[in-house]
Design a protein around this ligand. Structure first.
Ligand SMILES: [Ca+2]
Ligand SMILES: [Ca+2]
Length: 208
């Protein structure tokens, strides 16, 4: 009986850390498609509802160190939900999964993007501000032009250093051009439970 109580209390203790969250909003998908097909997915993996009205996407084109500001709509984004912003000239299939459009959401592979809070605090970024990499940033799995890039589920905090080296392979997986299927839903695997206590089975085995 004591073991059962101990077991149940252990499960209660594990319930908190098992639901560990991302540290901020994250850019979880980047779509640089054909024509004007452009989109970003912003994911709220925190435990709180976040109003997007305090956030902008800053676009730094072609190595520029000054940005064009794209305000996100002032809507509440629930914990676990994703927001898709697209270029209004995108094709209908992409617009169908967009929550918001903005004409300045326009990039072609060599433009850095920063998710900014309250006009000054970088909470995430894509690319390297101040660097013109040529046509795109690249790594062994692909590049940032004519691809859809999806944030790895293991990424739980934003890239807040906006001007250091950018290796997209470290935090993204690559999909072919015009893949829209992942937009609007993201999964972040940010559990913080010790590896030997992650399942019911191993928990039971340890205290049998
Ligand atoms: Ca460009
Ligand atoms: Ca960086």
């Amino acid at each position: 009986m004591l073991r059962l109580i101990f077991l149940l209390s252990m499960i209660c203790l594990l319930a908190g850390p098992a639901l560990a969250q991302t540290s901020s909003l994250l850019i979880t998908e980047y779509l640089e498609g054909s024509g004007n097909n452009k989109a970003l997915e912003i994911f709220n993996g925190t435990e709180d509802v976040i109003n997007l009205g305090s956030y902008t996407i800053e676009r730094y084109s072609n190595g520029s160190t000054t940005s064009v500001s794209i305000p996100l709509d002032a809507v509440d984004l629930d914990s676990g939900e994703a927001w898709v912003i697209a270029n209004p000239q995108s094709e209908p299939a992409l617009l169908a999964v967009a929550n918001q459009t903005h004409s300045e959401l326009n990039f072609n592979g060599n433009d850095a993007l920063v998710l900014l809070f309250a006009g000054s605090q970088a909470v995430d970024s894509f690319g390297r501000v101040g660097e013109d990499p040529g046509d795109y940033w690249s790594c062994s799995e692909g590049n940032t032009q004519n691809h859809t890039l999806r944030r790895l589920s293991s990424i739980c905090s934003g890239d807040t250093v906006i001007d250091d080296e950018f290796d997209p392979c470290l935090e993204y997986s690559f999909f072919p051009i015009d893949v829209f299927t992942g937009l609007g839903v993201h999964f972040a695997d940010c559990g913080a439970v010790g590896a030997d206590h992650t399942t019911w089975g191993t928990l039971k085995a340890n205290y049998r």
